[in-house]
Write a protein that binds this ligand. Structure first.
Ligand code: UDP
Ligand code: GLC
Ligand code: MN
Length: 354
């Protein structure tokens, strides 16, 4: 437990939080395994770095190792063990090309945290760039639009009110109707179905859940508004911890020409927090060996890559005519690491704007 709360004037029972200091409000995340736990730890560290006054809670399942649970205890105020809820809905999950996301229904347990009056749920693959305690001024269910279908909200960041009644209704809906995407986001959008049309205050600005993939799909907007981002969400199959990081050059490597390639600056920031704040804890609890040797090892990064972002030697890139390149871009097959890299596009935009 973090023990950051003052102990005077506690009013809200066993958790020791106080309504006065925001103790009955919490940021909540989820990890069902040791991989997402790395994300949760970076998220928790980033919330602390930006001096949140709210409590930090992580939901875990029995698959998380004991050592990892001990590390989580050093960053989070409360660790809550929950059962895995899995939709097992491979048909819908296949449509999303994310067969592994059935377990995201486990997120529904967050409504059972009735010791808190209000919470902000954040995916373990999010990173906080500024203080976001102002989110607690919003009501349930506040969330930002999903970049893929903006009439749906993205369930990577949302403000909600714990309630046994809502929790039971959600579980009932999950078992009776299922989720249209096989994960929590489909279900939550079915449940809070008037989100798109009723109350604009429940639409969080996109800067509270900036999906890394949107950066490339609307680069001019990112250029103007990107600096205001408060939360970046590494949405998609490849997560920051799947890349290899070179601690000496402070750069991230990747071998795949991944179309959802994460913006290198945010990726480096994630890794910076990881190496500075999280890695020493993992070492302390015996989850990695030593700083020098582990960084390229599978156990920490789950890494697969050799190329550094934005640093592909010219001869490594197949030459493609501009017509072919345009066609590939339109088919969603942009060469994000080469010709269509952020740096290249930015350079081009800069020349237009000058
Ligand atoms: N999650 C988890 N274990 C898993 C998959 C997901 O704990 O095996 C949790 C984790 O908090 C994660 C969230 O569910 O951030 C949603 O999954 P993910 O972020 O991978 O979905 P995306 O945002 O990429 O669609
Ligand atoms: C989304 C959300 C994620 C959710 C998943 C499954 O893409 O970002 O939070 O768990 O869909 O519904
Ligand atoms: Mn996510």
């Amino acid at each position: 437990m973090g023990g950051r709360r003052p102990t005077c004037c506690e009013v809200s029972g066993p958790l020791g939080g106080s309504a006065l200091d925001g103790g009955s409000e919490a940021f909540v995340t989820l990890t069902t395994n040791d991989s997402y736990a790395k994300g949760a730890l970076v998220l928790g560290s980033s919330l602390k770095q930006h001096k949140t006054t709210r409590r930090l809670v992580v939901l875990t399942t029995p698959q998380v190792s004991d050592s990892m649970r001990k590390v989580l205890e050093t960053v989070f105020d409360e660790i809550i063990m929950v059962d895995v809820l899995d939709s097992g809905d491979s048909a819908h999950l296949t449509l999303m090309k994310r067969p592994e996301l059935g377990v995201t229904l486990t997120k529904l347990h967050c409504w059972s945290l009735t010791q808190y009056s209000k919470c902000v749920f954040m995916d373990a693959d999010t990173l906080v760039l500024a203080n976001i305690d102002d989110l607690f001024e919003r009501e349930e269910l506040s969330a930002a639009p999903d970049p893929g279908w903006p009439d749906c909200f993205n369930s990577g960041v949302f403000v909600y009110q714990p309630s046994v009644a809502t929790y039971n209704q959600l579980l009932h809906m999950a078992s009776e109707q299922g989720s249209f995407d096989g994960g929590d986001q489909g279900l939550l959008n079915m449940f809070f179905s008037n989100w798109a049309t009723t109350d604009i205050r429940k639409h969080l600005p996109f800067i509270y859940n900036l999906s890394s993939i949107s950066i490339y799909s609307y680069l001019p907007a990112f250029k103007v508004f990107g600096a205001n981002a408060k939360v970046v969400h590494f949405l998609g199959q490849i997560k920051p911890w799947n890349y290899t990081y070179d601690a000496k050059t402070k750069s991230v490597k990747s071998e795949s020409q991944d179309p959802t390639m994460i913006h290198p600056e945010f990726l480096s920031l994630w890794w910076d927090i990881f190496t500075t704040n999280v890695l020493p804890l993992l070492q302390q609890f015996g989850l990695v060996k030593d700083t020098q040797s582990h960084l390229n090892e599978e156990d920490v990064s789950g890494a697969i890559s050799h190329l550094s972002l934005g640093e592909i030697p010219a001869e490594a890139q197949p030459s493609v005519s501009s017509e072919e390149r345009k066609e590939r871009w339109e088919q969603g097959q942009a060469d994000y690491m080469g010709a269509d890299s952020f740096d290249n596009i930015k350079r081009k935009l800069d020349t237009y704007l000058q």
